[in-house]
Ligand binder design. Structure first.
Ligand SMILES: CC(C)(COP(=O)(O)OP(=O)(O)OC[C@H]1O[C@@H](n2cnc3c(N)ncnc32)[C@H](O)[C@@H]1OP(=O)(O)O)[C@@H](O)C(=O)NCCC(=O)NCCS
Length: 174
């Protein structure tokens, strides 16, 4: 059973192969597109990336908010990642919401994203989020299904984004 584990330099090789899978599968998801592949290719660069994740804040014109990232790991294999933004800012209210996730292409279609999102809800609850906002492209049917399977309620739909609310409390079962 995969586990949520804090990012660690020991996942370097598996993380790199996941990014290579995203690049080969293309077009890149937002998250994979933001990883600077050249910077993380070396062990030291990846260690610096991991350190930065620990301090990461999501900025907008108005304010920045803390973000906690966890890896979804089976054995020593990196399967995906999930990030919890502790609060919303102007930017995240429009796009991004409280929680963002990605599963490496080779591991998709096996229920990982659903298990990953369920598994992170207690952490979201612990940082003070009761009713998480999740946003997704209307045509991202996989992500929409993941959110709905976890109990997300569609609260608004625009041309570019769907907005879901998902209660975090009492969701400790994975
Ligand atoms: C979207 C994503 C997270 C789904 O991950 P996953 O591990 O394959 O999802 P799961 O296996 O848990 O699938 C959950 C449900 O979604 C469905 N699903 C998954 N991908 C799908 C797709 N591309 N189209 C339609 N349904 C899809 C599954 O069939 C399953 O539904 P079911 O149980 O009724 O059969 C993954 O494709 C991904 O990382 N994409 C790139 C990043 C991204 O889009 N992140 C979300 C940003 S909002």
């Amino acid at each position: 059973m995969p586990q949520l584990i804090p990012p660690h330099p020991r996942f370097h090789a598996s993380f790199l192969s996941a990014i290579e899978e995203f690049r080969a599968a293309g077009p890149l998801s937002d998250w994979a597109a933001h990883v600077d592949y050249e910077a993380v290719r070396g062990q030291e660069g990846f260690a610096a990336y991991v350190r930065d994740l620990d301090l990461r804040r999501v900025a907008s014109a108005e304010r920045s908010v803390p973000e906690s990232t966890l890896f979804w790991i089976e054995g020593e294999e990196f399967l995906g990642r999930i990030a919890v933004r502790h609060r919303l800012n102007e930017r995240l209210e429009v796009m991004g919401g409280h929680i963002g996730y990605a599963i490496r292409p080779g591991a998709q279609g096996k229920g990982h994203a659903t298990a990953l999102l369920r598994a992170v809800l207690p952490l979201a609850y612990a940082v003070g989020i009761d009713d998480a906002l999740l946003t997704t492209d209307p045509d991202n049917h996989g992500s929409r299904r993941v959110i709905e399977k976890c109990g997300g309620r569609l609260v608004k739909q625009g041309p570019d984004h769907c907005y879901y609310r998902l209660r975090t409390g009492g969701a400790a079962e994975v």
